[in-house]
Design a protein around this ligand. Structure first.
Ligand SMILES: C[S@@+](CC[C@H](N)C(=O)[O-])C[C@H]1O[C@@H](n2cnc3c(N)ncnc32)[C@H](O)[C@@H]1O
Length: 317
């Protein structure tokens, strides 16, 4: 049996030659996000992002880890003046002609031609949770050890004691003195570096990372690594058969502002307010449309759901 550190096994499973994200289905075939799944939700998000771009005077929209470009199509339709570019690991899918595309190696690696972006909003929705990171577990002697996985069976065992930059990251962001034997740490250094590398490509504008995550006061003790396949949550198997994702330590990312999605979207005018009942008589179609928009807005900002996602903003001047 060969035992591989989770980070390497995870990277190979998602971005190797036949990796999960290289398969034709695309993310939408396996799970739904704010950008795909229900079109009204993606449309509201696109409207909010266009408002943000307008406030910031930005004219280029880069969707980092854009799946098959679902959000890009909304942004393009609602803001045809905006230059839209998708970045993902596959060849350009069928998209409206003006939408640009850059193919990426995947995970923590970025494509060389994604560079020198100015006047740009980079939006990375659920990218960093699929950037593989080392996983560690506190052993019965109180030592933090890297977790190794058997790629064929998904079985795990402890490897070396965590040291070097990974240990330093924990000292700053995931205090070890609070851990009990069996507790796990998803070490965020690779996500931080991937994010910093992306910020380095932004000459001027704003970058926003959106993900399910946690901050130092609420780290998840049991670990969050999990799999998704065809709409179901499954055991994390690093064999390319499922998505592999773990929550993101959002506060360790370089940021100017950090807030939940509910707050971010409310600031951009998204509210779940239903249309006045009077409209149901005067213009029933507009009333129904208003109800559908309101329910999509509620879904995007819901407590215990998408509203709890976190937005990390980083400005570049
Ligand atoms: C969880 S999915 C989210 C897709 C989309 N943003 C959404 O909201 O539905 C993550 C996406 O990030 C892409 N991805 C991962 N690493 C990447 C990288 N370095 N460059 C570009 N895309 C990447 C994956 O291929 C996948 O499509």
């Amino acid at each position: 049996m060969t035992w591989t550190p989770w980070k390497q096994a995870w990277d190979q499973a998602l971005y190797g030659e036949n990796g999960f994200y290289r398969q034709a289905t695309g993310p939408a075939g396996h799970f739904s996000t704010a950008t795909q799944g229900i079109p009204q939700i993606g449309e509201i998000l696109a409207r909010a992002l266009l408002k943000l771009m307008d406030q910031q005077g930005l004219d280029t929209f880069v969707d980092m880890g854009c799946g098959r470009g679902e959000l890009l199509e909304h942004v393009h339709r609602l803001g045809p003046h905006v230059h839209c570019i998708g970045v993902d690991v596959v060849e350009r899918p069928e998209l409206s002609e003006p939408i640009g595309w850059i193919r990426s190696p995947g995970g923590e690696r970025l494509p060389d031609d994604l560079d020198g972006l100015s006047g740009t909003l980079i939006f990375a929705n659920e990218w960093l949770d699929v950037v593989p990171c080392p996983i560690a577990e506190m052993d019965e002697n109180g030592e933090l050890r890297e977790v190794l996985v058997n790629v064929a069976s998904g079985a795990e065992q402890h490897g070396e004691v965590v040291s070097g930059p990974d240990r330093e990251w924990c000292q700053w962001f995931w205090p070890l003195d609070r851990l009990e034997p069996g507790d796990r740490v998803e070490i965020g250094g690779t996500r931080d570096t991937a994010w910093d590398n992306l910020l380095a490509r932004l000459a001027s504008g704003l970058a926003v990372a959106v993900d399910y995550g946690h901050t130092i006061d609420l780290r998840p003790a049991m670990g969050t690594l999990t799999g998704f396949r065809q709409g179901r949550q499954v055991l994390p198997m690093p064999d390319g058969s499922c998505d592999l994702t773990a929550h993101v330590a959002m506060d360790s990312l370089t940021h100017d502002q950090l807030m939940d999605q509910r707050t971010a979207l409310r600031q951009l005018g998204v509210s779940g307010q239903t249309p006045p009942h009077e409209l149901s008589r005067s213009d029933p179609m507009a009333y129904l449309q208003g109800l559908s928009t309101a329910s999509a807005a509620v879904a995007l900002t819901a407590k215990g759901g998408l509203g709890d996602f976190m937005w990390a903003f980083s400005q570049s001047r």
